[in-house]
Ligand binder design. Structure first.
Ligand code: HEC
Length: 213
């Protein structure tokens, strides 16, 4: 290319110079050394990735019956927004509700008592909360397991020893999900959980509720 430009211009000096420069520059280019096959392969991979992404998006859209979908009403939360944080008094009340109501059925096994320190409780209070529960520890010197009061490093206790016990205690229903990450785990986040908890009402006329329903 450089040679042909040089020939058209008819400038011998320029021709040789520009040819050298272009050759030097071209030796810095990595793609130039790629074989045709490699370029083709990369282009194909790029096209396939783009195509797969578009297909996944289209499939996801097609299964959404958007006109039948019911969204939880949106609420204004004091913690939403880039520079806002959780209201600590509110989180403390939430812990109290969880402990007294929800903990009868739901575990929160990824939260430890130490996580309360400086968030909802002082260290002393969190220690006292932990000591209220009994934890199976061991084995001791004789090989037996034993019970001891909880420590800051212990996680919240689970209400059931296993999934079968959880099902049996809830009329065979899907075991109550662990609530540690329930907000990010549900479409609509806190709005969904709020709507769920406040959405219970009396059964419509004619519907007979069974025991435990
Ligand atoms: C009597 C036992 C019981 C109590 C008490 C209880 N739940 Fe549940 N909860 C369940 C069961 C069982 C399920 C699973 C229902 C299902 O999916 O079939 C469930 C499901 C849930 C779900 C998930 C719903 C979904 O979309 O999958 C959330 C969130 C929830 N409970 C929050 C709470 C909160 C918060 C409390 C305390 C205020 C609470 N629950 C108290 C038994 C209970």
């Amino acid at each position: 290319m450089a040679a042909s430009v040089g020939r058209i211009c008819g400038a011998g000096l320029l021709k040789s110079n520009s040819a050298i420069t272009l050759n030097q520059i071209s030796s810095f280019s990595t793609t130039r050394e790629w074989s045709r096959g490699r370029k083709l392969l990369l282009a194909t991979i790029g096209a396939l990735t783009g195509g797969a992404g578009a297909l996944a998006f289209a499939l996801d859209q097609s299964v959404k019956a958007s006109d039948l979908e019911l969204h939880a009403p949106k609420n204004v939360w004091s913690h939403n927004g880039l520079f806002n944080s959780l209201d600590h008094a509110s989180v403390r009340r939430g812990y109290e509700v969880y402990k007294q109501v929800c903990a009868a059925c739901h575990s929160m096994r990824y939260v430890a008592y130490r996580d309360l320190v400086g968030v909802t409780h002082t260290e002393e209070q969190a220690k006292a909360e932990a000591e209220d529960i009994q934890v199976t520890d061991g084995p001791d010197d004789t090989g037996a397991m034993f019970q001891r009061p909880g420590k800051l490093s212990d996680y919240f206790p689970s209400p059931y020893p296993n999934e079968e016990a959880a099902r049996a205690a809830n009329n065979g229903a899907f075991p109550p999900p662990d609530l540690s990450y329930i907000v990010p785990a549900r479409h609509g986040g806190e709005d969904y959980v709020f709507a769920l908890l406040t959405g219970y009402c009396d059964a419509p006329a004619g519907v007979i509720l069974r025991d435990g329903q």
